[in-house]
Design a protein around this ligand. Sequence first.
Ligand code: GDP
Length: 315
Amino acid sequence: MRIVVTGGNGLVGSSIKNIIQNYPEHEFVFLTRDNCELTSLMHVISFFSKPENRFDYIIHLAAKVGGLFMNLDSNVEMFSDNIKINENILVACKQYGIKRGIFCLSSCIYPCNPSRFPMDETMIHESPPHPSNEGYAYAKRMLELQCRQYNKAYGTEYICVIPVNLYGPHDNFSIKNGHVIPAIMNRFHGEKAKKDGKFTVYGTGKPYRQFLYAPDFAKIMCDILLDGKYDNTEPVICCNNETTIKAMVDNIATAMDIPQNKLEWDTSKSDGCMKKTVHNSKLCTYYPDFKFTSLQEGLRTTYNWFCDNQETLRQ
Ligand code: GDP
């Protein structure tokens, strides 16, 4: 099969690049902002209409994404850009005969006050998301709706996969706009270089999050798309164990050789959603033997990668 991967230079797209040798009978083509601006329907159609750009399958990862503080600042753009990207991609998929695909959602689009924890795949639309990221959340919720409708109307096999908070090598390490792990790593790294460095973390540390190592997620997505085991088109959650922000930050400090008694908490900053626990029983029925990378190991590998790629990393 010929597979187009949007968001080819992102956290997950880069992780897929590292494992394509495990799928030698398939050809992967990575789409980046440099070869196609996905918010423009004209650009998207112009790319997919070229005879050399014909594909059987898609892995749609591209999105405007950011951490809690970027979402708080730019809910308008988070909604508008993501709605455009997803609509344009789906129009192209239909027009150019892409019959099967993985479409990436996120557990942060789930209700912030659900009827029960842990949440499952049926609860995406149960009640409103957390106001901090409602632009992103509603745009991604619409992608789930669109995939379902395309499958019904056109017989496609578009599967929404729902990861929890992703992290790993190739992440965006922006201190201002990044997700919590890369933002803290980058900030702490800068402070470590100073004599009286301050290791400040935002919020209370009490929120719960589930963190998933992006290379694990890349493998799961490719398997669902290609190995024939996932025999339906319903959304599926992909998650790892839950931890508090405080416990996760303690692990970052350990990976970076920072004594835990040096950490300071700025409780004037937002905690965001306190809890959004999901479970992956469904995924486990299809992939019971999948081994997730531990948070400790994933953080160590990510920090080593961050140190080794200072010149080129996204930040
Ligand atoms: P979220 O999981 O969608 O809310 O997004 P993030 O990955 O940005 O995680 C936000 C959580 O981490 C909140 O509870 C923040 O209070 C906490 N946090 C602590 N320090 C930081 C930081 O430097 N950057 C970010 N983005 N979040 C932080």
